[in-house]
Write a protein that binds this ligand. Structure first.
Ligand code: IVH
Length: 709
């Protein structure tokens, strides 16, 4: 049960009935009069059924104006009223039961309908005309002597709104009938809707032009028809399918002996009739159509929310007759609702295998489209901010087809007073490392790439892979088992693995997988396999800086960047010390990559993991930094002397190098210029003696700034 119906099922029956009526009346008003639905259809249906059940159990509570007696509110002002010559009825719904009683199938409501029809007619397997149930707006079109004279909405079923001017703008609706044989007065009923493609194109255009977006195709159709200026309606991509016909004033007069034949005649007179419509027999035929259309639903060019079964023969329809507001000869078999209301109980952060931090809403369990939904991804912090979802909020959750559930919107009226805006936590919930978000990127990431358990498997797999540390034979499966059986928690643990560890891991994996016990020979083979792995791990200790850098798995740092960085800086220490400015001066390293690199090395746990690897024997030959021949200062040699006040000497060096300059330790004739800080000594004297240009710290800063360093 949704929180809404729980909320309304408190108090004695009379209080409950009053609360349900108020809620339904409000919802009706929003839906029919304002075209601005406040609750999903599924919630409305649930409330209506709760009220129906209550009135059935306590007949003394029934009132003549109960929402169970009529299907809408009076029209809004602005359009004149139209009294329908023959009332526009609605359809009874048959729902799919998500939790049917033992021995009963999920479609028992639809089966009951067919059984009732069969009993009343005394026939088995009567013919049904089966049709999609379009998600648009019911329309009654009146033709006199073959000419469209009036288009009216349903309103409350008895009195609707005159929207003739708007209806005339819909190209799918004939203004003049084709062919011949139509009666003098003809009322055609059908659905006006906005096809999915038209809806998408309209919203794309609104995005370009900065106009107002339509919430969904149904609202698009309803809103378009209620425009007071028909020229606005004419712009909207609306369509129409006919699904009924009457000859006022006689509700029993017909143009054919059965519904399907009448639809065929309408088609001949120029009305669109849905091509999916079929004739089937009995419940099996109906359910077959329900499944077929359900499977095709996403691919259909228009939105539907179920299918309609109608007894095809008019004489049988007449025999069945009507209940209060709906025919006994038809039913709407609804697909499980794709939208439901529930409550956000928490917003957690999940860390993916590459460190991406994804906010996830934990929801009060709710059935959506036949599946219990307890979580919905919120994608990233921007999405949370856009929706303004807060813990405690009531939200509308949607799950369409196989799509993962998502929160469509918050219901602001039901926000608890103490709900606070959500923010991405500063620390990873798995490993405690800092969560960083690089400017210009939507995702935030845990910076503990080497230590975070959520990223461990991916980090180790990448570390061992051929283009990284190249540990021969250590495939993904073994890595998974090493982690599962707790032989490896960190990268450095790899270097402490023994032959016995591998054999123990293999034994436990075989037990788990139910593999046959090893023979002695197989045992010897296993030992050889383990020895080879230990040797391969040992061999990988001797590596290169570029491989090691790539193996660390820093976000965005691929093989090519690792190579450039290794060449440029020559040592891991220099890379670790480089700030974002120095890094982004390196060829092909952009601001985002530079930010990832500094965040990675700023995390103490990553530095500890690197130290542990080196302590375990991982080593490489370090080189002097190679100045890249590129950059605005390429070819210049600079000497720094004295104390700099606004930046460290290392930082100045990194930034000059990033711009292509070589920073030397001693002054010679080849020196381009010397930067003299406070208390500069012998190097300054030498520069003056050799006639080498001397610049101040301020001039250095100007130079760096001029080149964006
Ligand atoms: S027949 C007396 N056929 O469903 C029966 N209605 O509750 C009159 N609808 O708002 C309706 N597709 O606009 C019928 N193929 C279809 C339909 C359909 C959608 C809508 C109709 C009305 C509601 C009936």
């Amino acid at each position: 049960m949704s929180d809404l119906s729980t909320h309304l099922s408190t108090g004695n029956p009379a209080q409950q009935a009053r609360a349900l009526r108020t809620a339904l009346e409000d919802a009706n008003y929003r839906y029919y009069v304002l075209d601005d639905p406040s609750i999903p259809d599924a919630d409305y249906d649930r409330l209506l059924r709760a009220l129906e059940a209550l009135e059935a159990a306590h007949p003394e509570l029934a009132t003549p104006d109960s929402p169970t007696r009529h299907v809408g509110a009076r029209p809004a002002s602005g359009f004149s009223e139209v009294r329908h010559a023959i009332p526009m009825l609605s359809l009874t719904d048959a729902f799919v039961d998500a939790d049917p009683p033992a021995g009963v199938d999920a479609n028992h409501e639809a089966r009951d309908f067919v059984r009732r029809v069969e009993q009343a007619l005394g026939t088995r397997n009567p013919e049904f005309s089966v049709e999609p149930k379009f998600d648009g707006l019911a329309m009654s079109l009146r033709y006199e002597r073959g000419v469209l004279v009036q288009g009216a909405t349903r309103g409350d079923g008895t009195v609707g709104e005159d929207v003739t001017a708007n209806v005339r703008t819909i190209k799918a609706i004939p203004l003049k009938l084709r062919g011949a044989g139509w009666p003098d007065v003809l009322e055609v009923r059908g659905e006006v809707f906005m096809p999915k493609a038209g809806f998408a194109a309209w919203n794309a255009r609104m995005l370009r032009e900065g106009g107002k977006l339509l919430a969904n195709p149904r609202n698009g159709a309803a809103g378009s028809l209620r425009q007071l200026d028909a020229r606005v309606t004419a712009q909207r991509p609306l369509a129409f399918y006919a699904y009924g016909v009457y000859l006022p004033p006689d509700p029993d007069a017909v143009i054919a002996d059965r519904h399907s034949a009448a639809m065929a005649r309408l088609r001949g007179w120029g009305f669109p009739v849905c091509p999916e419509n079929q004739i089937v027999r009995g419940i099996d035929g109906c359910l077959g159509f329900f499944r077929k259309i359900g499977a095709e639903r996403d691919a259909l060019p228009y939105g539907i929310d179920g299918v309609v079964y109608k007894v095809d023969r008019y004489d049988q329809q007449r025999a069945l007759g009507f209940v209060a507001r709906a025919p006994r000869w038809a039913i709407a078999h609804k697909f499980p609702a794709e939208e439901q209301t529930t409550v956000v109980e928490a917003i957690d952060v999940q860390i993916g295998r590459t460190g991406a931090a994804t906010p996830v809403a934990r929801l009060r369990p709710v059935q959506v489209a036949g599946v219990t939904v307890t979580n919905a991804t919120l994608h990233n912090a921007d999405q949370v901010a856009r929706l303004d979802v807060r813990v405690g909020d009531s939200v509308i959750v949607r799950r369409a087809g196989d799509v993962i559930p998502e929160i469509v919107r918050v219901i602001p009226e039901r926000r608890p007073a103490n709900a606070r805006p959500w923010a991405m936590p500063a620390e990873c919930p798995v490993c405690g490392s800092s969560i960083e978000r690089t400017e210009g990127e939507a995702v935030a990431r845990c910076s503990g790439g080497l230590v975070c358990a959520a990223q461990r498997r991916e980090a180790i797999r990448h570390f061992a892979s051929r283009r990284a540390m190249d540990i021969d034979g250590l495939g993904e499966r073994y890595i998974e088992d090493l982690i599962a059986f707790e032989h490896v928690h960190s990268l450095a643990d790899l270097y402490h693995l023994t032959v016995d560890d591998f054999l123990a891991m293999k034994r436990r994996a075989e037990e788990r997988d139910g593999a046959v016990p090893e023979t002695v020979k197989a045992g010897r083979i296993a030992t050889k396999w383990a020895e080879n792995l230990v040797a391969a791990i040992d061999a990988s200790k001797a590596t290169t800086l570029e491989r090691f850098l790539f193996a660390l798995g820093i976000p965005e740092v691929g093989e090519a960047t690792a190579k450039t960085l290794a060449r440029h800086f020559g040592s891991l220490e220099r890379i670790q010390r480089a700030d974002a400015a120095a890094l982004s001066g390196v060829k092909d390293v952009g601001a985002i990559m530079a930010a990832h690199i500094t965040a990675f090395f700023a995390e103490p746990r990553n530095r500890e993991a690197i130290a542990a690897l080196r302590a375990a024997g991982v080593h490489w030959a370090e080189a002097a930094p190679q100045r890249t021949a590129e950059g605005p200062l390429a070819g210049q040699t600079v000497v720094l002397t004295g104390a700099l006040t606004s930046l460290t000497r290392d930082a100045a060096k990194a930034r000059l190098e990033a711009l292509g300059a070589k920073v030397a330790g001693s002054v010679s004739r080849k020196t381009s210029f010397v930067v003299a800080g406070e208390a500069a000594g012998s190097k300054l004297e030498k520069a003056m003696a050799l006639g080498v240009e001397v610049r101040s710290e301020a001039q250095l800063l100007e130079l760096l700034a001029a080149h964006g360093g």
